[in-house]
Design a binder for this molecule. Sequence first.
Ligand SMILES: NC(=O)c1ccc[n+]([C@@H]2O[C@H](COP(=O)([O-])OP(=O)(O)OC[C@H]3O[C@@H](n4cnc5c(N)ncnc54)[C@H](OP(=O)(O)O)[C@@H]3O)[C@@H](O)[C@H]2O)c1
Length: 263
Amino acid sequence: MAFWNDKVVLITGASSGIGRGLALELARRGARLGLVARRKDLLDEIVAEIEAGNKPNGDRATDVLTIQGDVQSGESMRSAAESLRSRFGKIDMLIANAGIGVTNDAAELDAAKVANVINVNVIGAANSVAAVLPEMVQRRSGHLVVISSLAAYRGLPKSAAYCASKAAVSAFFESLRVDLKPHGIDVTIIHPGFIKTPLTAGREARLPWLQDVEPAVKKMVNAIERRKKSYAFPWQLATLVRVGMIMPNFLYDWIASRNSFRE
Ligand SMILES: NC(=O)c1ccc[n+]([C@@H]2O[C@H](COP(=O)([O-])OP(=O)(O)OC[C@H]3O[C@@H](n4cnc5c(N)ncnc54)[C@H](OP(=O)(O)O)[C@@H]3O)[C@@H](O)[C@H]2O)c1
């Protein structure tokens, strides 16, 4: 808990799913939060939930700032970071979580849909980093966290844009990790498997080792506390994915073409 006490954390995509779960968990652990998403009404509901969970004399609500913002806009993210800094004086950690998924049938590829996913998942994460980094570099301290995916490791069926975006974001943060170490800034790349959120809802395909948000978020938070460079989970699916990475292409294609998780 001491790790989070009074840490100022900016979470993007906090209105739903994993981001919402992270907000609730980090509030419980004593962090001060800036929650960013486009749907501010949902962010305000999370604050009410945090308040309701606090002791009657507690005052944690003042420790959460909700900010309407769109990660696709550098200006919007700079302004979000500025609001948080003027409230708490600094930002210790960014959790770049905002993301979207899309099902692509490659035979009917729509480049505009691909651009949209790349814009939110990759450029959105870069905008978020750019908004917090100069002050972290100046202070020689900070922690950048990104929620990538096990889908970053190999191309999955009907997921070209999503897999490309997650591979890009993982490589992007890996480079940042190397470059920013001498500046005293940690980088943690999280690769979750399937988690029950609106992003995975409504699929008929059986999603292997599908996890509930709360335990999944606890695992992520523990990895962040340990300042892990990279964390992939659940271990069963992460192991299969790693085996997939050293598989010959003919075998990978044979298995992958029989396992679409987007039906
Ligand atoms: N669920 C899974 O199985 C799973 C597995 C691996 C990785 N992930 C990754 O985890 C992250 C969160 O996903 P989730 O499952 O929690 O999905 P989710 O419930 O759909 O939440 C996505 C969040 O991203 C926000 N968002 C989307 N576009 C945005 C934009 N342009 N600007 C600001 N915020 C935006 C949404 O807020 P607004 O719509 O209010 O803006 C929402 O809060 C994503 O990066 C996803 O790729 C998910």
